[in-house]
Structures are given as structure tokens and as C-alpha cells.
Design a protein around this ligand. Structure first.
Ligand SMILES: *[C@@H]1O[C@H](CO)[C@@H](O)[C@H](O)[C@H]1NC(C)=O
Ligand SMILES: *[C@@H]1O[C@H](CO)[C@@H](O)[C@H](O)[C@H]1NC(C)=O
Ligand SMILES: *[C@@H]1O[C@H](CO)[C@@H](O)[C@H](O)[C@H]1NC(C)=O
Ligand SMILES: *[C@@H]1O[C@H](CO)[C@@H](O)[C@H](O)[C@H]1NC(C)=O
Ligand SMILES: *[C@@H]1O[C@H](CO)[C@@H](O)[C@H](O)[C@H]1NC(C)=O
Length: 812
């Protein structure tokens, strides 16, 4: 099973590389042009070194002005510490345990950058910092401490002990990092000793539950309940003590068992009772790393159970939450749209989709985050995509206007956008993503660099900087950026399955480690063994309730709504680029990277003839480039502080540089309206995806969410075609309609028809039919009749919604 996952990694890059080499070999005269456009190794080195310098700048400052405290404030140049006065200040204290977290979390970035001397020095410093291990009187969040401290230490331990790695420490290293990781895990693990086996969110590192109030542990989110599984299972492999793996795996199983019948997980629960707190589901904050670790755990631990969880969860997301440009938050019991905003954290999802093999959709979703970045200069913590008619006429926008669609306004330099950019580059090798990386790098150099380090925006609507350098800036943001440019990094050529933790700590298992674990693992800690046994006993008692899930077959759950109403007519100029923007003038005063090259070439020569392969293949064929701007133009308004910034933009200048004229075209925005229906039928939906991308369906059974497009003559459909009045000729005939419709006269000359365009998140090809095979789907004539009465069917076998035919939904 796991092969399918791994193939994506292996196949795509090889294909891309091969085609580039082909051009290089055969056409020397064009090679240099090629290099200019798609980043040669000198440029890559330049950018890589720049990232490294930025990292060292902030890291050194932390060591001098922040250490031994948890963080350094990049503007004030003083430590940011735990709030010692107010132990109940959870926002601060959840992460800052007074355990030098920046020091620990940034360690593997040094390893990734192959900086052996500094890595060795920091390992030593960590040994000296924690002579009593983590015997500290701090109440901290289990999830945050696991991913930053335990994960950071384990990954660094892997580097230190793997002779194939450049920072391998050999004899001088005696396993101190692993001992520290184990010590921390032992202090966190009691959080699982609840009635349900689900962890509480917080624990005191010295006295366990002692000073903790009931309120502070009565709610835990799904991401936090399952996530330690990845780090803790790694710890089991390394220590042979399987209690870490088993306790967290039980919690993963248990959490997944709390899903709704739509296979969606509500975002938070009471870990003591298993009762649901927040019934919405999505891919952002509170639930993100549940998906991440289901898939990543499946790969790293070769675990089919986790793979099944990922597949079921992802399928359900695609059915219920997938929109064109993002995943929305939905009600976990009904699948209904619940919020009109998305989280900054959800920007990680395209990276995960790449890992799962869904590169095509990842490209789309990543584009939206790019748009947010270009508009606000960062990715606001929350963006409200509701179209605001009130702004249509406005010319000037105040920060308050902009706040109306940025309900959470900060951007703490989170890594998720860089992470997805990195994964997409690895999968496509398209220079477009390197270019995105350069834009991010430039922002880091110019807007986010302060006296002592990096800080994001306190408020993207005003540009006010944030005087905080969260540890993920050094451990993730800069690491992924470095890896993007470091195409030959040892992680990219290893034979082990390297998987990044949610905090970007690389993890891998060699066959030797796996064998050793399988043969010698033990679980003799009676506290946890008894606890799991008791949990399982309670599970068996309540198993009766588990089977009460009833089938909702035959019912048509209609919650049709105009979700995707196009908010404007397409502009006349539909076949070329978007509205012309003033040309960007290259900044002549800036030293060029080409100056560092060791061969003289006139790079300033204009490129009149642009061969196809100079360009971003992706952008050349991406025909929905401007759809985001048009669809969301009232919530993508640049705040003042961004107006003079020239961000990397999908504008004309950018587009001309990166896309080939011959292939580049922008599909017009659909002007049709859309609505969604949910069909709950007996049986299963069997879809086969053909190699050409089209969908072949055997029969339409089970629960299906279908997007219908209202097609009206003269409008532009979702395939970018003007709808031909001819389509309606046959519809004018009387036999299109069922007899019950005959009574309503006006329906004889319909002004609209319906067509299904999206099935369970999958875009259907323009001429696809969805067929219900009644013999397979309906068991009795009565079932079939009930359904027919609900829907109606005309003599072309087309189903009908309120007497209007759905021209590509057939019942045969
Ligand atoms: C916090 O850490 C610092 C530096 O290690 C130490 O001096 C101080 O005693 C610690 N404070 C508390 C309350 O643990
Ligand atoms: C979790 O569920 C899987 C089945 O998917 C099962 O094989 C495994 O033993 C369970 N693990 C624990 C610790 O309960
Ligand atoms: C548990 O088992 C391991 C390996 O067999 C052994 O080294 C260890 O001493 C045992 N611990 C206890 C508490 O029995
Ligand atoms: C959005 O686009 C429409 C149509 O082009 C235009 O009338 C409107 O002013 C735009 N709104 C904003 C806020 O730019
Ligand atoms: C879809 O159904 C229509 C009407 O039955 C038929 O003409 C058309 O060829 C079908 N399309 C495909 C792709 O099978």
C-alpha cells in the first residue's frame, strides 16, 4: 500500500530532472538563458547561503541575549520569558516552560545546514543546560512541548548517531539527547492517565496534576490529542520501550472513533469524558496535525491502520469541506458550511497533499496562500472570504475596513506557507516555487528582520511589527526555506524514508532500527499497562452504543445554497492576461547574484525568443490564475503599508517572465450560479479515475455531495465556455418534463438547466455523466420509486430538481 505514497516522491522529480537535462545537453546555446530563468546552481547557492546567514544572525543573538530563557525579543533585544508572576497565563506559559526552548527547537536546523561544529557545540550546551533534566516546576502544554522539545531532541539524536550524516558526532556523543527526550516524555505521559485514555492538554513537569485546575484541562483539541503519536512512537523505536507508542496509538484510535458518521472529527473534546465541545471540522487550527500525523505516521511506521484513517479522513474532507481554493470549516454531523473564514495554519495542507500524491489540488490551494501573502505581506491568522458588497464603490480603505475581513490580524512568521512551497517544489521542480521562496526571503531580509532577530506582524492591517521570535521561525520557517534552495541536501538523496515532524524535525528509521524494535521491544511499565487494560475494558462495555449508527439511505438531504455565486461579469478581455499593471522596474542599484558567477556572460541581453522550457510549466498551463483576485477581490485589499511594497505578484510582469505566451491564457470567470446537493443513496459510490484525468463511475451510490451549475444561455460555465442556446433546444420539447411538472406552464420553456460539475470534491470533466445504476443501487422497486418521485426523471433518463433537468445525471 505504501508504495503509492512513495512513488510520488520518486517519480515526479526524476521526470522533471530528466527533461531539464535533455535540454541542457542538446542545446548549449540556450543553456545559459535557461539557467537565468530557472535558477542555476550559483543562484541556488547564493540564496541558500543567505538563509544560513539569516539563521546564524538570529541564533547568535538568541545565545547572547536570550539564553537561557525561552525566547528572544527581536526588537527589544531582551529575553521573552515565562510569566512567572501569573502561572495561569496559559497563552504565554503553554509554550514557554523556562526550558530554553529556542535552543532545543533550533538544533536540527544546524544539522540540516550541515554545520557540524555549531551542532556539536549546541549539543554540549544542551547537556550543560539540563543537569537535572527537566525537573522544572512549570505547567506546560503537552502538545507544544512534545513537538518542540521531544521532537527536536529525538531528531537531533538521529543526526548525531547516523554515520551517513554530515553532522554525525561519533564517539564524542553518548546519547544525552535521547535521555533528555525520554525524561521529558516520561513527564508528559501521565497526561494520558484519564478515564478515556485521551490526554489532558496540560501537565506540570515536576508535580504532574498537582497545581492544575479542572478548567484548564477540561477541553482538548483533536490535534493535541493525537499528535504526540509521531514523536512518542519514534521514542519507542529508539528506547525499545513500546509504552510511548502504545499509549499514544490507543489515543489516536480512540479519537478517530469519536468521528461522526460523515467520517469527520469535531475539533475538540473533553478528554475526561469524550464529550464533544466544538462540533465543527476543517483542516486549520485545532485539527491540522491530526491529518498530518495520520499520513506521516503511516509512512514512517509503515502502519496500515493509520493509512486507512488518513484515507477515510481525506476522502471525507474532499466530499464535505473542499472548495475550489481552500478547505472550509463544516459542521461535522451534517457537512454544512459553518464558517466563512480560513486559518493561517491551514496553509500546511498543500504540503501534505503533495505527500499524499494530490499535487494538482495542492497547486491550487497553495495559490490562495500566495495571494494572501501578496495582499497582506504575510498570512493573516484568520481571513474572512465573505464577499463584501459594501466595498464595491470605495477607493480608500482604512485599517478598520480591512479588519472586517481579517478577524485575527497577526502573522507571527508561521512556517506553513514556506513548507508547502518547499513540498511543491520537490514534487514539481517548477522554478515558480523557487521564485516564491526568493520573495519570502526578501521579505525576511527587509521587513521582518529587526535588531536582534526576526519578528512577524502584530497586525497585518497596519504593518505593526511583533516583538516576538517564536521558536518555529528558526526551527521551521528558515529550515524549509533553506531546504528549498538546497536541492542536493542529504535529506533529498537518502534511502530512508525521511518524514518531517509537524515542527519540521526530520525523522527516519533504518531497517536495522525497525528490526531491533520488532525483536526486542517491551512494555513492562505496570502503570500504563494497567491503564490501557482498564480503558479497553470500558470500551467493550460501551461497544453496544457504537453499532447504533444508522443508515440514512433514500433520503435526500437538501441544503442547496448559492455558495459559489459569481460576483461579477467577466471582463471583455478574457483570453489574455489580467488588467495590465504598470511594469515593474528592476532595481538597478541592487547587486546582482550574477556578479558572483565565475564565467562572464551578458545576462542583460533581452530574451526575445523565449523557448517553452525556460518557463514555468505550471504557470504556462495554469488557466485559473486570476480567478482568486476576481472572486475574492473585496476581501483581498492591500493595506496601506503594503501599497509601496512590490511583492511577488501574479501580475503581468511576473506572468510574462514566468509563463509562455503561447500557452498562457486565463480562463474567464464563470458567471453561472452554483448550488450543492447531498444525495444519500443505498450502496457505494464507485469511481475510477482514468489516466487522462477523467472520471468513470460504475454507479452512484452512498453519500455524495454534488455541485450543480445553473446553466443559462449566454453565461460562461465553469469550463470557461459561453453557454450555447442550442443546449436548450431539446429542453423546449414537452417530453423533457415529467407529467407532474406539466401543470406548471412556465416550465415548458426553461431558461435554465442544471449540470453536475463537482462530485465529492473531484472536478468533473466537461462532458462527464454521473449515472445511477438503478439495478445496483436500489434493492426494491419501492426504493426506486420513492427516489424517482423525489427527483423526477424525464424521457432522456435525466434526473430533475424541481422540474429542471440535470443534464448529466442519468438514471439507467
Ligand atoms: C528559570 O530559568 C532560569 C534560567 O535557567 C533560572 O535561573 C530560574 O531560576 C528559573 N525560574 C524558575 C521560576 O524556575
Ligand atoms: C489501533 O487500531 C488498529 C486498527 O486500526 C489496531 O491494529 C491497533 O492494535 C490499535 N492500537 C491500539 C494501541 O489500540
Ligand atoms: C523491562 O524490560 C526491560 C527489557 O526486558 C528490562 O531491561 C527492564 O529492566 C524491565 N523493567 C522493569 C521495571 O521490569
Ligand atoms: C471588484 O471587482 C469589481 C468588478 O471588476 C469592481 O467593480 C470592484 O470595484 C472590485 N472591488 C474591489 C474592492 O476592488
Ligand atoms: C453523456 O450522456 C449523454 C446523453 O445520454 C450522451 O450523449 C453522452 O455521450 C454521454 N457522455 C459521455 C462522456 O459518455
Amino acid at each position: 500500500m505504501l508504495y503509492t505514497l512513495i512513488w510520488v516522491w520518486v517519480l515526479l522529480p526524476i521526470w522533471a530532472q530528466a527533461s531539464q537535462e535533455h535540454f541542457n545537453r542538446n542545446d548549449n546555446s540556450k543553456q545559459l538563458q535557461f539557467e537565468k530563468y530557472s535558477f542555476n546552481r550559483f543562484e541556488l547557492k547564493h540564496y541558500r547561503e543567505t538563509v544560513k546567514d539569516l539563521f546564524h544572525f538570529a541564533h547568535e543573538n538568541y545565545l547572547q541575549k536570550g539564553y537561557p530563557y525561552d525566547e528572544l525579543r527581536p526588537i527589544a533585544c531582551i529575553p521573552k520569558t515565562r510569566n512567572f508572576e501569573d502561572p495561569d497565563d496559559e497563552i504565554t506559559n503553554d509554550v514557554l516552560g523556562n526550558f530554553s526552548v529556542t535552543l532545543v527547537d533550533s538544533l536540527t536546523t544546524l544539522a540540516v545546514m550541515n554545520d557540524r561544529p555549531k551542532f556539536a557545540e549546541m549539543v554540549k550546551l544542551i547537556e550543560d543546560t539540563f543537569p537535572n533534566k527537566f525537573n522544572i516546576d512549570s505547567t506546560v502544554q503537552v502538545f507544544e512541548t512534545t513537538i518542540r522539545i521531544v521532537g527536536g531532541l529525538i531528531s537531533a539524536h538521529l543526526y548525531a548517531t547516523d554515520p551517513s550524516k554530515k553532522v554525525y558526532l561519533g564517539e564524542e556523543y553518548k546519547g544525552s539527547l535521547l535521555q533528555l527526550a525520554k525524561d521529558m516524555a516520561d513527564r508528559l505521559l501521565p497526561s494520558y492517565l484519564t478515564l478515556t485514555g485521551l490526554p489532558v492538554p496540560r501537565i506540570n513537569l515536576r508535580s504532574k496534576f498537582d497545581p492544575i485546575s479542572v478548567e484548564s484541562v477540561s477541553e482538548n483539541n483533536v490535534a493535541a490529542m493525537v499528535s504526540p503519536i509521531f514523536e512518542f512512537t519514534m521514542l519507542s523505536y529508539l528506547t525499545l520501550d513500546s509504552k510511548y507508542a502504545d499509549v499514544t496509538r490507543y489515543a489516536m484510535n480512540k479519537t478517530w472513533a469519536l468521528r461522526t458518521e460523515l467520517q469527520l472529527l469535531p475539533m475538540s473534546f473533553n478528554p475526561q469524558s469524550g464529550q464533544c465541545y466544538t462540533p465543527i471540522s476543517g483542516v486549520g487550527a485545532s485539527i491540522d496535525s491530526f491529518y498530518e500525523y495520520a499520513l506521516k505516521g503511516a509512512i514512517l511506521f509503515d502502519d496500515d491502520g493509520l493509512l486507512k484513517i488518513w484515507q477515510d479522513a481525506y476522502n471525507s474532507l474532499n466530499t464535505n469541506s473542499r472548495a475550489d481554493w481552500f478547505y472550509t470549516n463544516v459542521q461535522s454531523t451534517t457537512g454544512q458550511l459553518q464558517t466563512l473564514w480560513i486559518d493561517s495554519l491551514s496553509a500546511f495542507f498543500p504540503g501534505l497533499q503533495v505527500l499524499a500524491g494530490d499535487v494538482e489540488d495542492a497547486i491550487l490551494k497553495h495559490m490562495l496562500t500566495l495571494k494572501l501573502w501578496n495582499t497582506f505581506g504575510g498570512v493573516p491568522e484568520r481571513w474572512d472570504f465573505q464577499t463584501l458588497a459594501a466595498f464595491e464603490k470605495k477607493k480608500e480603505f482604512t485599517p478598520e475596513d480591512i479588519k472586517s475581513f481579517v478577524p485575527l490580524e497577526w502573522y507571527p512568521l508561521r512556517p506553513e506557507f514556506v513548507e508547502s512551497t518547499y513540498f511543491l517544489y520537490r514534487a514539481t521542480r517548477d522554478p515558480f516555487y523557487l521564485n516564491v521562496g526568493v520573495a519570502i526571503l526578501e521579505s525576511l531580509q527587509t521587513r521582518f528582520k529587526h535588531e536582534c532577530g526576526f519578528g512577524g506582524f502584530q497586525d497585518v492591517t497596519t504593518g505593526e511589527p511583533q516583538d516576538r521570535m517564536e521558536t518555529f521561525i528558526l526551527s521551521e520557517t528558515l529550515k524549509y526555506l533553506y531546504l528549498l534552495f538546497d536541492v542536493d541536501n542529504e535529506l533529498h538523496s537518502t534511502r530512508d524514508n525521511v518524514v518531517f515532524s509537524t515542527e519540521a524535525h526530520p525523522m527516519w528509521l533504518t531497517p536495522k532500527m525497525i528490526n531491533n524494535y520488532e525483536q526486542n521491544k517491551y512494555f513492562n511499565d505496570t502503570v500504563y499497562r494497567e491503564h490501557l487494560r482498564a480503558c479497553r475494558k470500558r470500551d467493550r462495555k460501551s461497544a453496544l452504543h457504537e453499532n447504533e449508527r444508522t443508515f440514512m439511505g433514500g433520503k435526500l438531504l437538501r441544503f442547496a445554497k448559492s455558495l459559489f455565486t459569481a460576483d461579477q461579469e467577466p471582463t471583455k478581455d478574457i483570453s489574455t492576461h489580467a488588467q495590465p499593471e504598470p511594469e515593474e522596474q528592476p532595481d538597478a542599484s541592487k547587486p546582482s547574484v550574477y556578479e558572483q558567477m565565475c564565467f562572464p556572460v551578458d545576462f542583460a541581453a533581452p530574451h526575445t525568443d523565449k523557448p517553452q522550457w525556460l518557463h514555468s510549466h505550471l504557470l504556462s498551463h495554469f488557466d485559473r490564475l486570476f480567478e482568486i483576485d476576481r472572486r475574492y477581490n473585496s476581501t483581498l485589499i492591500r493595506p496601506k503599508h503594503m501599497q509601496n511594497v512590490v511583492p511577488m505578484e501574479l501580475q503581468r510582469g511576473f506572468y510574462e517572465k514566468w509563463a509562455h505566451d503561447k500557452f498562457a491564457h486565463s480562463r474567464p470567470m464563470p458567471s453561472t450560479e452554483a448550488l450543492e446537493i447531498v444525495l444519500d443513496l443505498p450502496g457505494e459510490c464507485q469511481l475510477i479515475r482514468l489516466p487522462d484525468g477523467s472520471i468513470h463511475r460504475e454507479t452512484l451510490g452512498g453519500r455524495n455531495k454534488i455541485r450543480l451549475e445553473k446553466i443559462e444561455p449566454g453565461k460562461i460555465d465553469v469550463y470557461g465556455r459561453i453557454l450555447d442556446p442550442q443546449l436548450f433546444v431539446s429542453a423546449r420539447c414537452k417530453d423533457v418534463f415529467k407529467s407532474t411538472c406539466d401543470k406548471i406552464d412556465r416550465l415548458y420553456t426553461p431558461s435554465l438547466l442544471y449540470r453536475a460539475t463537482v462530485l465529492n470534491g473531484i472536478n468533473l470533466p466537461a462532458d462527464a455523466n454521473l449515472t445511477i445504476n438503478r439495478k445496483t443501487v436500489f434493492k426494491t422497486q419501492r426504493e426506486e420509486n420513492t427516489f424517482r418521485d423525489l427527483f423526477g426523471q424525464n424521457s432522456y433518463n435525466q434526473l430533475m430538481l424541481e422540474c429542471t433537468p440535470i443534464i448529466n445525471m442519468l438514471m439507467q
